[in-house]
Design a protein around this ligand. Structure first.
Ligand SMILES: [Mg+2]
Length: 203
């Protein structure tokens, strides 16, 4: 094999394909949706660090499951995703991945009507973004397999469990009080920051 070809092959080998969740990894969904719920349902929610269930209605008194989901969709349809703050380290981390020559695919469980507002927010905040977003509609493992994603970071305990069971990818869980009840689950790595995630991926 010629020298150039060898270099090309070795570069291709080192090029990783990383899958990235949006809410809880790139955007602060809690900080946006908590005040919305409080205002629209006239209830008071505990500070986000005290919420220990991913589905808040499971532990918060006075918050009914149906009302939660109704408001979730009203929030989404009112462009709620567009106004979310970017989480610390996300933008820097994503640019670091791309600058190192790796590939990113965003895979989200946001409803697919949120495409436009999500794309606008990614563009506004200068995320590495080609216009392509994957909407998993509840289950991310089929997309992770199909897209040959090698490592995925998420914060949903249900998604982390589903990815561990259904893919060969390296799975990372961003630590939050609401996802600590998956300690019995094996086959994933818990990280507490973007820096830790990138360090473990050697980026
Ligand atoms: Mg998430």
């Amino acid at each position: 094999m010629k020298r150039l070809e060898r270099i090309f092959v070795s570069l291709r080998k080192k090029r990783k394909h990383l899958g990235i969740d949006l809410d809880g990894i790139c955007f602060d969904f809690q900080a946006g949706f908590i005040p919305w719920l409080e205002e629209h349902l006239d209830i008071e929610l505990p500070p986000s660090e005290e919420i220990t269930s991913y589905y808040w209605y499971e532990e918060i008194e006075g918050l009914e499951e149906k009302a939660f989901w109704d408001e979730f969709h009203k929030f989404g349809k009112a462009d709620g995703y567009f106004a979310l703050d970017v989480l610390p380290g996300a933008l820097e981390g994503l640019h670091r991945i791309v600058e190192a020559g790796h590939r990113i695919t965003y895979i989200t469980n946001r409803p697919n009507y949120a495409y436009r507002q999500t794309a606008r927010a990614l563009t506004l905040h200068n995320f590495p973004f080609s216009g392509k977003l994957e909407f998993a509609e509840g289950r991310k493992s089929p997309l992770v397999r199909e897209k040959r994603v090698e490592a995925f970071i998420d914060d949903s305990p249900r998604t982390v469990a589903e990815l561990c069971a259904g893919t060969e990818a390296r799975i990372y869980c961003m630590d939050y009080p609401f996802n600590r009840d998956i300690h019995n689950l094996t086959g994933y790595t818990r990280v507490s920051s973007w820096d830790e995630f990138l360090e473990k991926e050697g980026i």
